[in-house]
Design a protein around this ligand. Structure first.
Ligand SMILES: Cc1cc2nc3c(=O)[nH]c(=O)nc-3n(C[C@H](O)[C@H](O)[C@H](O)COP(=O)(O)O)c2cc1C
Length: 176
C-alpha cells in the first residue's frame, strides 16, 4: 500500500491554498456556538448546497452538528479580529462581536460580514477526523467591499490586477 504523506507535510501544502474566511454559527441545543472555518465550499447550484468541514474535536462540534440550521458568515477584510477571536479556545467568542438573528433560520449572523448564507442542515458525512456538514441555503445577503483572505497561516487582503497595474501599495515613483 502507498503510504499517506505526513501530517506536517499535508498541513503545509494545504496552508498554501488561499481562501476566504468564514465564521460558521448555530443556535445549538446548549446555546449559540461559532468557529472560524476555511473548510467551506460551494457544493451544488440546484439545489443550492454548501459544505463545511467540522473538526470532531472542536468545542463547537456538538452545537453545530446537532442544530437543524446554521449560518455561514464570509468575513470582510476589516473583520480579521473576529476571525482570530472565533478561533481562540476557552473564550467567549461572541464577546464584542456584533450579531443579529438570521431571517429564515435560527442562527446568529455576524453584522457587516461580506456574505451571509442561512442554511438548513441537509446531510452530514463522517470522514476521518472531520464531519462534512452540508447545508441547503434558504436565504443569503451579499455586501460589497474587500474580503478577508487566508494564506500560509496568515490573514491578508485581496489585491486585484487593476490595483497592481495602478501600483496600489507600491512606493510612488522616485521613492523606490
Ligand atoms: C484560519 C482558520 C481556519 C479554520 N478552519 C477550520 C475549519 O474549516 N474547520 C474546523 O473545524 N476548524 C477550523 N479552524 C479551527 C477553529 O476555528 C477553532 O480554532 C478550533 O475548533 C479550536 O477551538 P476549540 O479549542 O474551542 O475546539 C480554523 C481556524 C483558523 C484560524
Amino acid at each position: 500500500m502507498i503510504e499517506s504523506i505526513s501530517s506536517a507535510e499535508f498541513r503545509l501544502a494545504l496552508s498554501h491554498f488561499a481562501s476566504g474566511v468564514t465564521i460558521v454559527t448555530a443556535d445549538g441545543p446548549g446555546g449559540r456556538v461559532g468557529f472560524t472555518a476555511t473548510g467551506f465550499t460551494s457544493l451544488s447550484l440546484d439545489p443550492p448546497l454548501v459544505l463545511v468541514c467540522v473538526s470532531k474535536t472542536a468545542s463547537a462540534y456538538d452545537g453545530v452538528i446537532n442544530a437543524d440550521h446554521f449560518a455561514v458568515n464570509v468575513l470582510a477584510e476589516s473583520q480579521r479580529w473576529i476571525a482570530e477571536q472565533f478561533a481562540r479556545s476557552g473564550v467567549d467568542r461572541f464577546q464584542d462581536a456584533p450579531v443579529r438573528d438570521a431571517t429564515r433560520v435560527s442562527a446568529p449572523l455576524i453584522d457587516a460580514a461580506l456574505v451571509h448564507l442561512e442554511c438548513m442542515k441537509h446531510k452530514v458525512y463522517d470522514e476521518g477526523d472531520h464531519t462534512i456538514l452540508v447545508g441547503r441555503v434558504v436565504a443569503s445577503s451579499t455586501g460589497s467591499g474587500p474580503p478577508l483572505l487566508h494564506f500560509a497561516r496568515r490573514f491578508g487582503a485581496f489585491v486585484t490586477e487593476t490595483a497592481r497595474d495602478l501600483g496600489v501599495g507600491r512606493p510612488a515613483r522616485g521613492e523606490e
